[in-house]
Design a protein. Structure first.
Length: 169
C-alpha cells in the first residue's frame, strides 16, 4: 500500500523521556515515594538510567521515517544535552524537533503534577499543541532499524495495533 499519497499524510512522532541521572528529578521523585530510592545503587537507577538512547531514537526517526515532519519530545522540565544539535539536524532535513513539558500536556490538571506514571503521561499526549491526528508513540529506547512508510503504522486510515507473526529464518 505504498503510494504517493502516503507522503501527503500528516503523521507526527511523540517520544516520552526522562533523564533518571538528573539529581533534581531524583529529589523530586523521592519527595513522593514512601520508600526513598538511593540512586547511587545500580538497582535503583537502572529503570530510569539515561545513557544517550534518546539520541539514537531521534536519529533513527530522522533517518528511517522521512514521512514524519514533527517529533515531539515529552519530558518533565528536562532537556537532553544533545537537544540543540538534534534540533539542528532535524531542521536541515526540513523537520521539527519540539520539546514539550509535562506542564503543557497536564494543562488544567496541574494538581496531578509532578507525574511519574508512564500510563498517566501517555493518556495526556493527545493534548500536545499542534499534534497531528495521526501520531506514533515511541519510548526513549525504541529505535527504527530500517526505512519505514506510513502503511507500516496505519492501514486504511486506522493505526496498526498488532503485527502479524511470521517465522524468521
Amino acid at each position: 500500500m505504498s503510494t504517493e499519497n502516503e507522503l501527503e499524510l500528516k503523521i507526527d512522532a511523540v517520544i516520552t523521556w526522562v533523564d533518571g541521572n538528573d539529581l533534581n528529578w531524583q529529589k523530586k521523585i523521592n519527595k513522593y515515594l514512601k520508600v526513598k530510592k538511593d540512586f547511587s545503587k545500580k538497582k535503583n537507577l537502572v529503570r530510569y538510567n539515561s545513557i544517550g538512547e534518546i539520541d539514537i531514537t531521534i536519529k533513527s526517526i530522522l533517518k528511517f521515517a522521512p514521512f514524519i515532519k514533527k517529533i515531539f519530545l515529552v519530558t518533565d522540565d528536562q532537556k537532553p544535552l544533545s537537544f540543540q544539535e538534534l534540533q539542528l539536524k532535524a531542521k536541515k532535513l526540513n523537520r521539527e524537533l519540539i520539546l514539550v513539558d509535562h506542564k503543557i500536556i497536564f494543562k488544567n490538571y496541574e494538581e496531578f503534577l509532578p507525574c511519574f506514571n508512564s500510563c498517566s503521561i501517555g493518556n495526556m499526549l493527545y493534548k500536545i499543541p499542534d499534534l497531528s491526528e495521526k501520531f506514533i508513540i515511541f519510548n526513549d529506547d525504541t529505535f527504527l532499524m530500517r526505512l519505514t512508510k506510513p502503511s507500516d503504522f496505519f492501514y486504511n486510515d486506522f493505526p496498526v495495533i498488532r503485527g502479524k507473526w511470521e517465522k524468521y529464518y
